[in-house]
Write a protein that binds this ligand. Structure first.
Ligand SMILES: NC(=O)c1ccc[n+]([C@@H]2O[C@H](COP(=O)([O-])OP(=O)(O)OC[C@H]3O[C@@H](n4cnc5c(N)ncnc54)[C@H](OP(=O)(O)O)[C@@H]3O)[C@@H](O)[C@H]2O)c1
Length: 265
Protein backbone atom coordinates (compact mmCIF):
# COMPACT_ATOMS: atom_id res chain seq x y z
CA UNK A 1 0.00 0.00 0.00
CA UNK A 2 1.28 3.40 -0.98
CA UNK A 3 0.46 5.34 2.21
CA UNK A 4 0.97 9.10 2.09
CA UNK A 5 3.14 10.41 4.87
CA UNK A 6 3.11 14.21 4.79
CA UNK A 7 -0.38 15.64 4.97
CA UNK A 8 -1.71 19.20 4.83
CA UNK A 9 -5.19 19.66 6.31
CA UNK A 10 -6.94 23.02 6.05
CA UNK A 11 -9.04 24.28 8.97
CA UNK A 12 -7.77 22.19 11.90
CA UNK A 13 -8.66 24.67 14.65
CA UNK A 14 -11.92 22.86 15.44
CA UNK A 15 -14.63 20.51 14.24
CA UNK A 16 -14.01 17.98 11.50
CA UNK A 17 -10.54 19.23 10.55
CA UNK A 18 -9.36 18.96 14.13
CA UNK A 19 -10.70 15.41 14.41
CA UNK A 20 -8.93 14.39 11.18
CA UNK A 21 -5.66 16.00 12.32
CA UNK A 22 -5.77 14.28 15.71
CA UNK A 23 -6.40 10.89 14.14
CA UNK A 24 -3.63 11.22 11.55
CA UNK A 25 -1.10 12.39 14.15
CA UNK A 26 -1.98 9.37 16.29
CA UNK A 27 -1.34 7.14 13.27
CA UNK A 28 2.13 8.60 12.77
CA UNK A 29 1.53 10.88 9.79
CA UNK A 30 3.49 14.09 9.50
CA UNK A 31 0.58 16.50 9.87
CA UNK A 32 0.46 20.18 8.91
CA UNK A 33 -2.73 22.02 9.72
CA UNK A 34 -4.03 25.50 8.99
CA UNK A 35 -5.99 28.19 10.77
CA UNK A 36 -6.55 31.85 9.98
CA UNK A 37 -5.15 32.67 13.43
CA UNK A 38 -2.92 29.84 14.66
CA UNK A 39 -1.33 32.33 17.09
CA UNK A 40 -4.64 32.56 18.98
CA UNK A 41 -5.30 28.82 19.31
CA UNK A 42 -5.21 27.64 22.89
CA UNK A 43 -5.91 23.96 22.35
CA UNK A 44 -3.38 22.96 19.72
CA UNK A 45 -2.81 19.30 18.93
CA UNK A 46 0.67 18.10 19.86
CA UNK A 47 2.43 16.84 16.76
CA UNK A 48 0.62 19.15 14.32
CA UNK A 49 2.64 21.92 12.69
CA UNK A 50 0.36 24.94 12.35
CA UNK A 51 0.42 27.21 9.30
CA UNK A 52 -1.50 30.46 8.84
CA UNK A 53 -3.99 30.30 5.98
CA UNK A 54 -6.91 32.45 4.96
CA UNK A 55 -8.53 31.04 1.85
CA UNK A 56 -10.05 34.39 0.99
CA UNK A 57 -6.57 35.93 0.70
CA UNK A 58 -4.35 34.94 -2.26
CA UNK A 59 -1.19 36.20 -0.53
CA UNK A 60 -1.93 33.97 2.47
CA UNK A 61 -2.37 30.99 0.11
CA UNK A 62 0.94 31.85 -1.55
CA UNK A 63 2.70 32.07 1.85
CA UNK A 64 1.24 28.73 2.95
CA UNK A 65 2.59 27.06 -0.19
CA UNK A 66 5.93 28.75 0.26
CA UNK A 67 6.13 27.45 3.84
CA UNK A 68 5.21 23.91 2.87
CA UNK A 69 5.38 22.93 -0.76
CA UNK A 70 6.15 19.21 -0.73
CA UNK A 71 3.23 17.13 0.51
CA UNK A 72 1.82 13.68 -0.23
CA UNK A 73 -1.77 14.49 0.57
CA UNK A 74 -3.97 17.58 0.74
CA UNK A 75 -7.23 17.55 2.68
CA UNK A 76 -9.31 20.61 1.81
CA UNK A 77 -11.54 20.70 4.87
CA UNK A 78 -11.77 24.45 5.65
CA UNK A 79 -15.05 26.02 4.68
CA UNK A 80 -17.63 28.56 5.66
CA UNK A 81 -21.33 28.01 6.06
CA UNK A 82 -24.16 30.46 5.49
CA UNK A 83 -27.92 30.33 5.73
CA UNK A 84 -30.76 32.63 4.79
CA UNK A 85 -33.31 33.40 2.07
CA UNK A 86 -31.71 33.51 -1.38
CA UNK A 87 -33.41 36.82 -2.12
CA UNK A 88 -32.04 38.47 1.03
CA UNK A 89 -28.39 37.48 0.55
CA UNK A 90 -26.39 40.11 -1.32
CA UNK A 91 -24.13 39.09 -4.16
CA UNK A 92 -21.20 40.30 -2.10
CA UNK A 93 -22.11 37.79 0.62
CA UNK A 94 -22.43 35.08 -2.04
CA UNK A 95 -18.98 36.02 -3.35
CA UNK A 96 -17.51 35.82 0.19
CA UNK A 97 -18.61 32.19 0.53
CA UNK A 98 -17.48 31.25 -2.97
CA UNK A 99 -14.13 32.94 -2.28
CA UNK A 100 -13.44 30.53 0.59
CA UNK A 101 -15.30 27.33 -0.36
CA UNK A 102 -14.51 27.46 -4.07
CA UNK A 103 -11.94 29.94 -5.40
CA UNK A 104 -9.58 29.81 -2.40
CA UNK A 105 -9.74 26.03 -2.27
CA UNK A 106 -8.99 25.87 -6.01
CA UNK A 107 -6.03 28.24 -5.69
CA UNK A 108 -4.47 26.23 -2.89
CA UNK A 109 -5.08 22.90 -4.62
CA UNK A 110 -3.62 24.05 -7.94
CA UNK A 111 -0.36 24.94 -6.23
CA UNK A 112 0.04 21.40 -4.90
CA UNK A 113 -1.12 19.69 -8.10
CA UNK A 114 2.10 20.54 -9.88
CA UNK A 115 4.10 19.05 -7.00
CA UNK A 116 2.06 15.84 -7.00
CA UNK A 117 1.99 15.61 -10.79
CA UNK A 118 5.78 15.86 -10.93
CA UNK A 119 6.11 13.10 -8.29
CA UNK A 120 3.43 11.07 -10.13
CA UNK A 121 1.70 10.40 -6.81
CA UNK A 122 -0.50 12.08 -4.25
CA UNK A 123 -4.02 12.35 -2.94
CA UNK A 124 -6.40 15.28 -2.73
CA UNK A 125 -9.54 15.03 -0.61
CA UNK A 126 -12.09 17.82 -0.74
CA UNK A 127 -14.88 18.08 1.81
CA UNK A 128 -18.16 18.95 0.13
CA UNK A 129 -21.72 18.53 1.36
CA UNK A 130 -24.61 16.25 0.55
CA UNK A 131 -27.00 19.09 1.30
CA UNK A 132 -26.05 20.44 -2.13
CA UNK A 133 -27.49 17.32 -3.77
CA UNK A 134 -30.80 17.85 -2.00
CA UNK A 135 -30.77 21.60 -2.67
CA UNK A 136 -31.75 22.38 0.92
CA UNK A 137 -33.91 25.51 1.18
CA UNK A 138 -32.25 28.58 2.72
CA UNK A 139 -28.82 27.09 1.99
CA UNK A 140 -28.58 28.27 -1.62
CA UNK A 141 -25.20 29.98 -1.31
CA UNK A 142 -23.48 27.31 0.75
CA UNK A 143 -25.00 24.48 -1.31
CA UNK A 144 -24.09 26.00 -4.66
CA UNK A 145 -20.50 26.77 -3.59
CA UNK A 146 -20.03 23.14 -2.55
CA UNK A 147 -21.72 21.75 -5.67
CA UNK A 148 -19.34 23.86 -7.76
CA UNK A 149 -16.49 22.35 -5.75
CA UNK A 150 -17.87 18.84 -6.34
CA UNK A 151 -17.96 19.24 -10.11
CA UNK A 152 -14.49 20.78 -10.15
CA UNK A 153 -13.22 17.89 -8.01
CA UNK A 154 -14.73 15.21 -10.22
CA UNK A 155 -13.38 16.86 -13.41
CA UNK A 156 -9.95 17.29 -11.86
CA UNK A 157 -9.99 13.66 -10.78
CA UNK A 158 -10.14 12.51 -14.40
CA UNK A 159 -7.40 14.93 -15.44
CA UNK A 160 -4.99 13.87 -12.65
CA UNK A 161 -5.52 10.11 -12.91
CA UNK A 162 -2.93 9.59 -15.70
CA UNK A 163 -0.37 11.25 -13.42
CA UNK A 164 -1.01 8.91 -10.48
CA UNK A 165 -2.74 11.61 -8.41
CA UNK A 166 -6.03 10.56 -6.81
CA UNK A 167 -8.73 13.17 -6.24
CA UNK A 168 -11.89 12.50 -4.21
CA UNK A 169 -14.71 14.35 -2.51
CA UNK A 170 -16.29 13.40 0.81
CA UNK A 171 -19.84 14.62 1.21
CA UNK A 172 -21.26 14.63 4.74
CA UNK A 173 -24.88 15.51 5.38
CA UNK A 174 -25.04 16.45 9.06
CA UNK A 175 -22.04 16.11 11.39
CA UNK A 176 -22.24 17.29 14.99
CA UNK A 177 -19.05 19.35 14.80
CA UNK A 178 -20.13 22.69 16.29
CA UNK A 179 -19.97 24.13 12.76
CA UNK A 180 -19.98 27.94 12.56
CA UNK A 181 -22.72 29.53 10.50
CA UNK A 182 -23.51 33.00 9.28
CA UNK A 183 -27.28 33.46 9.38
CA UNK A 184 -28.65 36.25 7.20
CA UNK A 185 -32.32 37.20 7.46
CA UNK A 186 -33.19 40.79 8.32
CA UNK A 187 -36.00 41.63 10.75
CA UNK A 188 -39.11 42.49 8.82
CA UNK A 189 -38.27 40.13 5.95
CA UNK A 190 -41.27 38.33 4.52
CA UNK A 191 -39.20 35.14 4.90
CA UNK A 192 -38.40 35.71 8.59
CA UNK A 193 -40.77 33.19 10.23
CA UNK A 194 -40.08 30.34 7.82
CA UNK A 195 -36.35 31.06 7.66
CA UNK A 196 -36.01 31.15 11.47
CA UNK A 197 -37.90 27.86 11.61
CA UNK A 198 -35.50 26.26 9.12
CA UNK A 199 -32.55 27.63 11.10
CA UNK A 200 -33.90 26.05 14.32
CA UNK A 201 -34.58 22.75 12.55
CA UNK A 202 -31.04 22.71 11.16
CA UNK A 203 -29.65 23.22 14.68
CA UNK A 204 -31.78 20.30 15.88
CA UNK A 205 -30.61 18.09 12.98
CA UNK A 206 -26.99 18.96 13.76
CA UNK A 207 -27.34 18.28 17.49
CA UNK A 208 -28.69 14.79 16.74
CA UNK A 209 -26.08 14.09 14.07
CA UNK A 210 -23.09 11.75 14.27
CA UNK A 211 -19.72 12.94 15.61
CA UNK A 212 -16.85 13.87 13.26
CA UNK A 213 -15.16 10.49 13.66
CA UNK A 214 -17.50 8.96 11.05
CA UNK A 215 -15.97 11.29 8.51
CA UNK A 216 -12.50 10.52 9.86
CA UNK A 217 -13.17 6.84 9.07
CA UNK A 218 -13.94 7.80 5.46
CA UNK A 219 -10.70 9.77 5.22
CA UNK A 220 -8.84 6.67 6.37
CA UNK A 221 -10.64 4.57 3.77
CA UNK A 222 -9.37 6.92 1.04
CA UNK A 223 -5.85 7.02 2.46
CA UNK A 224 -5.66 3.25 2.39
CA UNK A 225 -7.35 2.73 -0.98
CA UNK A 226 -5.07 2.00 -3.92
CA UNK A 227 -7.63 3.46 -6.26
CA UNK A 228 -10.08 5.63 -4.27
CA UNK A 229 -13.52 6.44 -5.65
CA UNK A 230 -14.50 9.93 -6.76
CA UNK A 231 -17.20 10.51 -4.19
CA UNK A 232 -17.78 9.22 -0.67
CA UNK A 233 -20.69 9.91 1.64
CA UNK A 234 -19.44 9.74 5.20
CA UNK A 235 -22.51 8.86 7.28
CA UNK A 236 -24.83 5.87 6.95
CA UNK A 237 -27.91 8.11 6.97
CA UNK A 238 -26.48 10.21 4.15
CA UNK A 239 -25.66 7.10 2.11
CA UNK A 240 -29.20 5.82 2.65
CA UNK A 241 -30.70 9.16 1.58
CA UNK A 242 -28.52 9.24 -1.49
CA UNK A 243 -29.34 5.63 -2.45
CA UNK A 244 -33.09 5.98 -1.95
CA UNK A 245 -33.00 9.26 -3.86
CA UNK A 246 -32.07 7.37 -7.06
CA UNK A 247 -35.44 5.63 -7.08
CA UNK A 248 -37.65 8.56 -6.15
CA UNK A 249 -39.26 11.22 -8.30
CA UNK A 250 -38.01 14.79 -8.16
CA UNK A 251 -41.22 15.82 -6.40
CA UNK A 252 -40.71 13.25 -3.64
CA UNK A 253 -37.08 14.27 -3.15
CA UNK A 254 -38.20 17.87 -2.89
CA UNK A 255 -40.72 16.92 -0.19
CA UNK A 256 -38.05 15.02 1.77
CA UNK A 257 -35.64 18.00 1.55
CA UNK A 258 -38.37 20.37 2.80
CA UNK A 259 -39.39 18.00 5.61
CA UNK A 260 -35.75 17.62 6.70
CA UNK A 261 -35.49 21.41 6.73
CA UNK A 262 -38.68 21.65 8.79
CA UNK A 263 -40.88 23.12 6.05
CA UNK A 264 -44.36 21.76 5.40
CA UNK A 265 -46.48 23.01 2.53
N1 LIG B 1 -20.64 19.89 10.11
C1 LIG B 1 -21.43 19.51 9.12
O1 LIG B 1 -22.57 19.09 9.32
C2 LIG B 1 -20.93 19.57 7.69
C3 LIG B 1 -21.76 19.04 6.70
C4 LIG B 1 -21.33 19.08 5.40
C5 LIG B 1 -20.09 19.61 5.09
N2 LIG B 1 -19.30 20.12 6.05
C6 LIG B 1 -18.00 20.71 5.66
O2 LIG B 1 -16.97 20.17 6.45
C7 LIG B 1 -15.91 21.13 6.60
C8 LIG B 1 -15.57 21.32 8.07
O3 LIG B 1 -16.74 21.75 8.74
P1 LIG B 1 -16.87 21.85 10.32
O4 LIG B 1 -18.21 21.33 10.64
O5 LIG B 1 -15.70 21.27 11.00
O6 LIG B 1 -16.89 23.46 10.47
P2 LIG B 1 -16.23 24.44 11.53
O7 LIG B 1 -16.22 23.80 12.87
O8 LIG B 1 -16.94 25.74 11.37
O9 LIG B 1 -14.71 24.58 11.03
C9 LIG B 1 -14.40 25.27 9.87
C10 LIG B 1 -12.88 25.34 9.71
O10 LIG B 1 -12.62 26.12 8.52
C11 LIG B 1 -11.65 27.11 8.83
N3 LIG B 1 -11.93 28.32 8.05
C12 LIG B 1 -13.07 29.07 8.06
N4 LIG B 1 -12.93 30.12 7.23
C13 LIG B 1 -11.70 30.03 6.67
C14 LIG B 1 -10.99 30.82 5.74
N5 LIG B 1 -11.48 31.96 5.21
N6 LIG B 1 -9.74 30.41 5.39
C15 LIG B 1 -9.21 29.30 5.91
N7 LIG B 1 -9.82 28.52 6.81
C16 LIG B 1 -11.05 28.89 7.19
C17 LIG B 1 -11.77 27.39 10.33
O11 LIG B 1 -10.49 27.71 10.82
P3 LIG B 1 -10.11 29.12 11.51
O12 LIG B 1 -11.39 29.76 12.01
O13 LIG B 1 -9.18 28.72 12.61
O14 LIG B 1 -9.45 29.88 10.42
C18 LIG B 1 -12.20 26.02 10.88
O15 LIG B 1 -11.10 25.26 11.30
C19 LIG B 1 -16.41 22.42 5.92
O16 LIG B 1 -15.89 22.52 4.62
C20 LIG B 1 -17.92 22.21 5.90
O17 LIG B 1 -18.54 22.95 4.87
C21 LIG B 1 -19.69 20.12 7.36
Amino acid sequence: MNTPKRVLITGVSKGIGKAIALDLVQQGFEVYGTSRRPDLLTNKIGGVTYIQLDLSDESSIERCFHELSDIDMLINNAGQSQMGPAEEISNNKVREIFEVNFFGTLSLTKKYLSVMRTKRSGKVINIGTLSGTFAMPFQSTYGSSKIALRIWTLCLRKEMRPFGVHVSTIEPFYINSGIQLEYICPDGSDYKAISDGVYDQRSKNLSKAVPPNQLVATVNKIIRAKDPKGMYISERKGRLFNFIGRFLSGTTIEKIACKTAGITY
